[in-house]
Design a protein around this ligand. Sequence first.
Ligand SMILES: Nc1nc2c(ncn2[C@@H]2O[C@H](COP(=O)(O)OP(=O)(O)OP(=O)(O)O)[C@@H](O)[C@H]2O)c(=O)[nH]1
Ligand SMILES: [Mg+2]
Length: 325
Amino acid sequence: MTSAASNSLSTRLLAGERFALARMISWAENSNSRFPEALEAIWSRVGRATRTGVTGPPGAGKSTLVNELCALIREEERTVGILAVDPSSPLSGGALLGDRIRMEDRTADAGVFIRSMASRGSHGGMARSAVDAMDVMDAFGMHDVLVETVGVGQAEYDVVAAADTVLVVLCPGAGDGVQAMKSGLLELADVIAINKCDLPGADRLTSDMTEAVHLRTAGRDLWAPPVVQCSAGKREGVDDVLAAIKTHREHLKDQLDSHRRRKRIQQVRQVVGERMEEALWEEGDLAEQVEAILRTGTTPYATASNVTQSLLRTASGNQAKGIQA
Ligand SMILES: Nc1nc2c(ncn2[C@@H]2O[C@H](COP(=O)(O)OP(=O)(O)OP(=O)(O)O)[C@@H](O)[C@H]2O)c(=O)[nH]1
Ligand SMILES: [Mg+2]
């Protein structure tokens, strides 16, 4: 039953049915038990899309820029999948609706698929389902996948970090540049867009960011993210942003496979972590052992050390049996 359902959904997805695309992303989002099998059925088609993560402070103009980038990419006859991860924060709780309205002119286009994903209450699971959604759009045959997150939390970072190229969007005002440097956004950036260049302060922010990039990368064997000005709202400079994204992809070229594999290791690491945690605490045994240790007056930390060491000893005993490839 399970197998038949996931088979037919993956078959329909590979046949180009948008309904199947939407449905399979929902499976990923809801951690449907049929998803892993469905992903397996489409896995050979994953890896063809270019993936760009777009992040930055709330209101910087990420959605507007994504919308305009999408328009340019469409002119190249390439199809686009867009994933907007809604932070559901009180600050930008209304953003999703706004995004929908602004992107409306794209939704009639069969070469574009837009999906929002809520991050509320889903903890680390959000990053996983976002990566799954990108894989599904990729297998469906979207040439370019763009994912937008607000650069606020670890889960949002994890999402964009899974992309090939990370575009950080900043805009003048509200000390965004300083914030970006403090929050480690710049370390993540492959391209930096200074949006809203029609507003005062854009040149200053551009030179500050250029300087910050220089300080970080000069004399080191590191990619120096280009700092590109644009006004997505006025449809200006968006082509320069797209060109910078392409330059970064060109730079990756030979390293793309290893670059992606490194990101997959992160993904596997996360899933292994989640499964180990579940498996460990599923049965009551471990909780009982912990309670017994605590009852002797041991501190939580000493108890944790005791338990961890005992688990690691068991694991290394089992390691002799090896991991099946
Ligand atoms: N002046 C000016 N305003 C812009 C520009 N680009 C976007 N905006 C405006 O900035 C506001 C926020 O734009 P969004 O695209 O929603 O920004 P966002 O980064 O996606 O916002 P969140 O998803 O809520 O974090 C909107 O009112 C846009 O119209 C621009 O180039 N110049
Ligand atoms: Mg947005």
